[in-house]
Design a protein around this ligand. Structure first.
Ligand code: SF4
Length: 319
């Protein structure tokens, strides 16, 4: 959970997740939808899927014993060098490095590494250096100290050099270019995509789909079209356009979705494969990613409005 996400955000999710899946066997045997539901809102859903795949692998091939060495941990889905190093050193006191962005910053500044750290050669140099520096005694405390130094003192902008315990050793501080390090390649601008998000309504129900490709694959969402123009009968469904609900924007790591949300009323309840109806009571049981937060809010408004109308015996189609 802590990959790409701050501890403050993770804390509540972590406790809820442990309540839902108290041990590795519970996680391994849970339906994938239940795991994704518990993850809802944290983003980067591949982490949740990998976590469950790892739990299955551990229960099926390792008798449920969690690996304790970094090299073994790296064989689990979703665990790379950094996570393996952090878990092995902090949880099991193995003297291996845990090199994340904070540690790269501290090392490149202290040792004056003025090379592009996005390139493999500089990464290897930093990794080799990090490995040499890990003490045999208390490697977990050392890993935590390096991470904290990067997160609290050696900040990307305005590092607190006056309060820094390693200032006398620091090359970048001596040369006065700490803020220019580490050197990174310019980031590629995220690509924009325009989507029409369709709230397709039939009586008191709304259409959801389980996404079968692309971003957010296997998660639930509202049907989308990659278009900026309003279709007459989206997905060839007999329907009438009812209203434009609003705009929403969601930023992924490499992509931005610009979404226009529209409400359509269906004339018949027949749907293409992969689409299905849900009502107000069941909508909240599906793991719907944060990208659809605004669309979901409109969907809830529509369903609660239609509930009210139906209790007055008025069809929503007669609006
Ligand atoms: S002296 Fe400054 S630049 Fe060097 S490690 Fe400490 S905070 Fe970072």
């Amino acid at each position: 959970m802590l990959q790409q996400t701050k501890a403050d955000t993770v804390k509540e999710y972590y406790l809820r997740f442990l309540d839902a899946f108290p041990d590795i066997f519970a996680l391994a045997s849970a339906p994938e939808d239940a795991v994704l539901k518990a993850w809802e809102g944290l983003g980067y859903y591949s982490r949740a899927r990998n976590l469950q795949k790892a739990a299955k692998l551990i229960t099926e091939t390792m008798d449920g014993h969690f690996p304790r060495k970094a090299e073994e941990l790296k064989r689990l889905p979703g665990i790379g060098d950094y996570t393996a190093g952090a878990v092995a050193s902090i949880a099991f006191e193995e003297p291996v490095p845990a090199v994340d962005g904070n540690v790269i910053r501290v090392l490149s500044r202290c040792w004056g590494i003025r090379e592009n750290v996005s390139e493999t050669a500089a990464q290897k140099k930093i990794h080799d250096l990090a490995a040499k520096l890990v003490p045999a005694d208390r490697p977990g405390d050392y890993a935590n100290a390096m991470m904290e130094l990067g997160a609290m003192v050696c900040l990307p902008k305005h590092p607190h050099c006056d309060d820094c315990p390693v200032q006398p050793l620091c090359n970048a501080h001596a040369l006065g270019d700490a803020e220019q390090l580490p050197i990174k390649k310019k980031q590629v601008r995220p690509q924009e995509e325009h989507l029409m998000v369709l709230l397709l309504v039939w009586q008191n129900r709304i259409v959801l789909e389980k996404r079968n490709s692309g971003l957010l694959k296997n998660l639930y969402g509202f049907p989308c079209l990659e278009s900026e123009t309003l279709p007459e009968n989206p997905f060839s469904l007999a329907s009438v356009h009812f209203r434009y609900c609003g705009h929403a924007r969601h930023i992924f790591s490499h992509r931005i979705w610009e979404m226009d949300i529209h409400e359509f009323h269906l004339m018949t309840p027949s749907l293409p494969d992969g689409f299905f109806f849900c009502d107000y009571a069941t909508l909240s049981s599906f793991p719907i990613p944060t990208a659809f937060r605004m669309a979901r809010k409109y969907a809830e408004e529509i369903l609660s409005r239609d509930l009210l109308l139906s209790s007055d015996a008025v069809s929503p189609l007669s609006l």
